[in-house]
Design a protein around this ligand. Structure first.
Ligand SMILES: C[S@@+](CC[C@H](N)C(=O)[O-])C[C@H]1O[C@@H](n2cnc3c(N)ncnc32)[C@H](O)[C@@H]1O
Length: 217
């Protein structure tokens, strides 16, 4: 893939961030391939508001990857993950890159974004990833997923309303949030339990981040 146009300092920046997150530096190559593709498509399709390549490393790649330990159990058990309102594939594509064997469905209703992701999945050779071009609430796969992820999508009650049907019994919502979302959790519907809210440290990002884990009772 053509990563030659990327600024030369991106690779060391990304490799250092991967090391901080406990991930192998070798993942920098496919992650930069994805970034290069995203930058190229962003010129014609409005895929993400963040357009500076250095900012994309911290705000998109490393931010998505900061939750990677939470999907290790899925790789081990073979459980599937649905990334809801994934946009250009965040966090689903970076997670799939660093967790070979993780089965991911990228759920997105925007046709241009879905088209970009189909191309990215093909070019990156992500064999266990599929794109579902669909409204979340219309995805007819009840109970098919051991976990759902959501980043910059909606409040926790709304995420559960849209996509709760996709989770198997005991399944987990892994919601990426900024500050700990007290009000959202106060409004959580019946049938769901807050398991944990864990602060995440994202290399290169000076902002509060939390991973909120909610389980179906
Ligand atoms: C703010 S973007 C976040 C994208 C990505 N998760 C990220 O972190 O960059 C929210 C995305 O969710 C999609 N979306 C919103 N509601 C949706 C729904 N009900 N079904 C499917 N996609 C939806 C939008 O099209 C948009 O691409």
């Amino acid at each position: 893939m053509n990563t030659a146009t990327l600024p030369p300092d991106l690779r060391p920046l990304l490799e250092s961030g991967l090391a901080t997150l406990g991930l192998d530096r070798s993942f920098a190559t496919p992650l930069l391939d994805y970034l290069a593709l995203l930058l190229r498509w962003n010129k014609t399709y409005n895929l993400t508001a963040v357009r500076d390549p250095r900012e994309m490393v911290s705000k998109h790649l490393l931010d998505s990857l900061a939750m990677h330990p939470y999907v290790d159990g899925l790789v081990a058990s073979g459980g599937a993950l649905a990334d809801l309102g994934t946009g250009a594939g965040l966090p689903g594509i970076p997670l799939a890159i660093v967790k070979p064997g993780l089965r991911v469905t990228l759920v997105e209703s925007n046709g241009k974004k879905a088209r970009f992701m189909r191309e990215a999945v093909r070019q990156l050779g992500l064999k266990d990833v599929r794109v579902a071009e669909s409204r979340i609430e219309a995805l007819d796969e009840p109970g098919a997923y051991a976990a759902i992820t959501a980043r910059a999508l909606a409040t926790i009650p709304l995420i559960l309303e849209l996509g709760g049907h996709l989770l198997a019994d005991g399944g987990q919502l892994l919601a990426m949030k900024g500050v700990h979302p007290v009000e959202e959790l106060d409004a959580m519907p019946a049938g769901w339990t807050l398991r944990t809210s864990h602060p995440l440290r994202v290399p290169g990002l000076d902002a509060e981040r939390h991973l909120v884990v909610v389980t179906r009772n």
